[in-house]
Design a protein around this ligand. Structure first.
Ligand SMILES: [Zn+2]
Length: 326
């Protein structure tokens, strides 16, 4: 059984349609929205939480649901998840939205072999933009910056929901040669915004498993970034140059100072000099007893201990979100 309601999240403000499938024996439904993807919500959430959202909250929710729904199973919303989303979450920065748009174009053109005739109805939710007007502005800017190629559509095919006026859409959207080079570099993971780099002492029996079991998974789950160290980098070449490239292209650098490793301090300085967000971590006892080098001990340092990984995880993610404006 299904009917054709308005999506309680995006309200189909940018068009598209939504289907509702009541879940058997439960006061809950699965929604299938052209913009937000597939998600589940209880009757209570639908009644008490969705109606009071403002437009930015709707855009954020729509984007997160869309990302989750691309992973398969319909995502079940809960009051706790919504609370966390609206107190800690935000849409990607405009720069990241633009990078997402270029990536979407590259993926789509690669798949179909043809330029994009018209951006899909849910494009703003896919790239994390507040609305379609923003996507159109970003498209224009990416064309000006010679990342995208696109032709203005002669006939107006969509209406600005804010003003009711027809708006200029684009057709024949693809990447320029520069755009493709960027796209391919990104596919290789060498593009800012894809990964973080961790500088640390290797082969320590306590730190190694802590980084593998706690730090890397926390970063992946908390903000969706891979965290790589030099050992994950398998390209051949001069090790110093590879490291510089890895740091240069990383979105942020985490430096573990537990062992006062000179290499880690050097990497921290290099990253700071490039203006990267650098975040220091240190084993708790070492930090309390010996502090770290005087140049860094006033910087944000998140301390860790094997026995209290949960606190560390939370503090690390909160600090990363702040540094990266997530
Ligand atoms: Zn929707």
């Amino acid at each position: 059984m299904s009917d054709a309601p308005i999506c309680p999240v995006c309200q189909n403000a940018e068009g598209g349609s939504c289907q509702r499938f009541p879940i058997h024996n439960m006061d809950a439904s699965t929604f299938q929205c052209d913009v937000c993807g597939q998600y589940e919500a209880s009757g209570l959430i639908e009644l008490t939480r969705f109606p009071s959202l403002n437009s930015m909250q709707r855009a954020l929710l729509s984007h997160r649901l869309r990302m989750k729904s691309s992973r398969g199973e319909p995502f079940r919303t809960t009051p706790e998840w919504l609370d966390d989303l609206f107190s800690n979450g935000s849409l990607p920065s405009p720069a990241l939205q633009a990078a997402n748009l270029a990536r979407f174009a590259g993926d789509d053109v690669t798949r179909s072999g043809e330029p994009i005739a018209l951006l899909p109805i849910g494009i703003h939710a896919i790239i994390g933009a507040p609305n379609r007007n923003t996507v159109i502005r970003l498209t224009k800017e990416l064309v000006e910056r010679q990342v995208l190629t696109a032709d203005p559509l002669g006939t107006a095919v969509s209406t600005d929901p804010a003003t009711g006026h027809p708006r200029q859409e684009f057709t024949n959207i693809s990447l320029t040669l520069d755009g493709w080079e960027r796209y391919e570099a990104e596919k290789r993971g060498q593009f800012e915004g894809k990964y973080g780099f961790i500088a640390m002492q290797f082969n320590d029996p306590e730190l190694d498993p802590f980084v593998e079991d706690v730090v890397k998974p926390a970063v992946k789950e908390g903000i969706g970034y891979d965290l790589v160290d030099m050992r994950n980098v398998t390209q051949a070449g001069v090790i110093d140059n590879i490291m510089r490239t890895q740091i240069r292209d990383a979105a942020f650098v985490i430096v573990d100072l537990t062992h006062d490793n000179p290499g880690a301090y050097w990497e921290a300085g290099y990253a700071e000099g490039l203006g990267k967000p650098v975040l220091y971590i240190c084993e708790e006892t070492k930090f309390e007893e010996a502090r770290t080098h005087f140049d860094t001990n006033h910087c944000t340092t998140v301390t860790w201990s094997r026995d209290n990984a949960d606190n560390f995880r939370q503090a690390l993610i909160a600090t990363l979100r702040r540094s990266l404006n997530l």
